[in-house]
Design a binder for this molecule. Structure first.
Ligand code: GTP
Ligand code: SPV
Ligand code: MN
Length: 595
């Protein structure tokens, strides 16, 4: 167990409230992982996949109401409402706790309460943090084993008086005497789901959902929402970013961190296989980056996670071969289709499926009206299984970031790539990032939404203050500040066809960025930023017509101008928290667009 009195006390307090049948302290062992899956196989909520095709791998079907993050049910309960800003749901902390305590009361009856000690980041790294998740879900335990570093070694690192972030979780489905889940994914109805954060106490309370970011509390709740507030307080950065290392033919290494909204290409870019000769790409992380300024003044990044919780649909040997290799074994699949030979399948996997069982458990054929896999179906796979995982991915010192990229899903207007004029302009690009809705959040319906820094659902304090934090970090980094770019892989033509091949060919855009840093590539100055000149993008061997390229690199001044009123309105909601420097950037942009 533990010598940490605070932890012992918290566990016994929550045990009294939730009244589980038993308490289990997780040791992080393989035995424990196997036991979790056995329990779920017995309860009929896990299916073992064919051992020869997909060793030690399992498929889960969630409840159809529990397939993604629920932003409407996500709360930030700071003491003062103004501290969460207009982009978070606020409830007075005491009121929220009272509401949730009623739900927690007896909620683990018939279940075991698992205590999961986990480290976000390599144990002992100066950037890492320890969390303890209490949950009644063996699915969460198994996933946390993959996504974080779990077990006794974390309790040892915590010691008698170390700090931890308490993360309380229940699926919200107590069992009556003798009742089992009996094939049904346990969760509570949507109006009882709460994903709650108490930033001043570094505390997380989640109830009613068993899925992804709602339940694996180390991920979005701790490593982004709570960490965003800690980072602001302590002068570092917690961002929704992949991290990769790109090595050019001369052997120079560039480290890139990129923020795209959920389901907009982070995992794919993180595992990129360059289609240009002599360039090498290695993956460090695919979703979250924690960054601190090192004594030498560089910005050092770690991936706080140790696994990938990746979007399955669209993943194929053609689009993302390294992800396909990462999920060959020891992988948990959720809401994928089950094939007749006991393997998984999804739309865009690159091979046909004639017959199977869809994510809702119904018979499926290509003629079926509904999709075989849910659009937000996911795989959970250990990062170490990725063939191009970087040898430094667990370096406790992190890697020095040279380039930041922002982006989103835009079928029109936004060009393939833009370089910011300077740091402040780059912060403006991040702040005004927008994307079309995806399946990663259940309740986001709007077609286009501003998603600053891809952090709209994850920044747990006022967005205006967050932008100011970015300006402040830039000042502290000075000459060592990464260069900032904006990309859009998702342009379509009038027939709805992608204008840019994307995936491995995105290496061409990354190459341009690195060459820009070295002063080797030309650019064109436009009102919105610097774009590649026609000849400076390496397009050797790529199938893009001259006409499409022109479209991809076009700046439609009128279209940009027409977005200004909406951007201004978006910014103005932050009132007196909107940084002066952001106002200045907006005014400059307006002037340059002739507005
Ligand atoms: P989260 O895990 O939700 O944060 O998503 P993510 O940002 O990691 O997105 P991911 O890489 O999983 O990609 C989501 C979807 O976008 C998948 O269906 C991909 O196939 C598709 N996608 C990724 N990169 C590209 C690209 O360069 N071009 C096109 N057309 N689609 C892409
Ligand atoms: C996202 O939605 O950005 C994800 C998936 O990475 S989840 O862990 O469910 O938040
Ligand atoms: Mn994500």
């Amino acid at each position: 167990m533990t010598k940490n009195e605070k932890l012992k006390q918290w566990v016994s307090e929550m045990k009294k409230i939730c009244t589980p049948d038993a308490v289990h302290w997780c040791d992080g062992s393989k035995d424990e992982y196997d036991r979790m899956l056995e329990i779920m196989l017995d309860a009929g909520i896990a299916m073992k996949l064919d051992e020869s095709k997909r060793p030690n791998s399992f498929l889960f079907r969630s409840d159809p109401s529990d397939v993604a993050r629920v932003e409407d049910r996500t709360y930030v309960a700071s003491r003062k409402k103004e501290d969460v800003g207009p982009t978070n749901n606020w409830v007075e902390p005491k009121e929220l706790k009272e509401k949730m305590l009623k739900l927690y009361n007896g909620c683990m009856k018939g279940r075991t309460m698992y205590v999961i000690p986990f480290s976000m980041g390599p144990i002992g790294s100066p950037i890492s943090k320890i969390g303890i998740e209490m949950t009644d879900s063996p699915y969460v335990v198994a996933n946390m084993h993959i996504m974080t570093r779990v077990g006794t070694k974390v309790l040892e690192a915590l010691g008698a008086d170390g700090e931890f972030i308490p993360c309380m979780h229940s699926v919200g489905k107590p069992l009556a005497q003798g009742e089992t889940d009996n094939g049904k994914w346990p969760c509570a109805p949507i109006e009882q789901k709460y994903i709650s954060h108490f930033p001043e106490e570094n505390l997380i309370w989640s109830y009613g959902s068993g899925y992804g970011g709602n339940a694996l509390l180390g991920k979005k709740c701790l490593a982004l929402r709570i960490a965003s507030v800690m980072a602001k307080r302590e002068g570092w950065m917690a961002e929704h970013m992949l991290i990769l290392r790109l090595t050019n033919p001369e052997g120079r290494k560039f480290h890139i961190a990129a923020a795209f909204p959920s389901a907009c290409g982070k995992t794919n870019l993180a595992m990129l296989q360059p289609t240009i000769k002599g360039w090498k790409c290695e993956c460090i992380g695919d979703d979250i980056a924690w960054m601190k300024i090192a004594p030498d003044g560089s910005l050092r990044a770690i991936n706080p996670e140790s696994g990938f919780f990746g979007v399955a649909p669209g993943t194929s040997y053609e689009s993302n071969p390294m992800a396909m290799e990462s999920i060959r074994k020891n992988t948990i699949f959720t809401n994928c289709l089950l094939t007749d030979d006991n393997d998984i399948w999804w739309e865009g996997i690159g091979v046909p499926c004639k017959h199977g069982v869809d994510w809702k458990g119904k018979e499926w054929t290509p003629e079926s009206k509904e999709k075989g896999a849910h659009p937000n179906a996911r795989f959970t796979a250990p990062a170490r299984q990725c063939p191009v995982i970087c040898p430094d991915w667990e370096n406790p010192e992190g890697v020095p970031i040279d380039i930041f990229i922002f982006g989103g899903r835009r079928t029109s207007v936004v060009p393939l790539v833009t370089e910011s004029f300077d740091w402040d302009h780059g912060v403006y690009l991040g702040a005004t990032a927008a994307s079309e809705a995806t399946a990663a959040a259940l309740d986001v319906k709007s077609k286009l939404r501003r998603d600053p820094f891809a952090m709209l659902p994850f920044c747990a304090y006022d967005m205006g203050d967050y932008w100011q934090h970015w300006f402040d970090m830039g000042d502290r980094l000075g000459k060592k500040a990464p260069k900032i770019f904006y990309v859009n892989w998702f342009r379509k033509d009038a027939d709805g066809k992608w204008l840019w091949p994307g995936f491995g060919d995105n290496s061409r855009v990354l190459k341009w960025m690195c060459d820009r840093i070295e002063g080797k590539a030309e650019c064109v100055e436009t009102p919105i930023g610097r774009l590649p000149s026609k000849t400076s993008l390496d397009l050797s061997g790529v199938k893009v017509t001259g006409k499409d390229l022109e479209e991809l690199l076009k700046v439609d001044v009128q279209a940009w101008k027409s977005e200004l009123p909406e951007i201004e309105e978006f910014m103005n909601q932050f009132k007196d928290r909107l940084p002066e420097r952001m106002k200045k950037q907006f005014a400059k942009m307006k002037k340059q667009l002739g507005g």
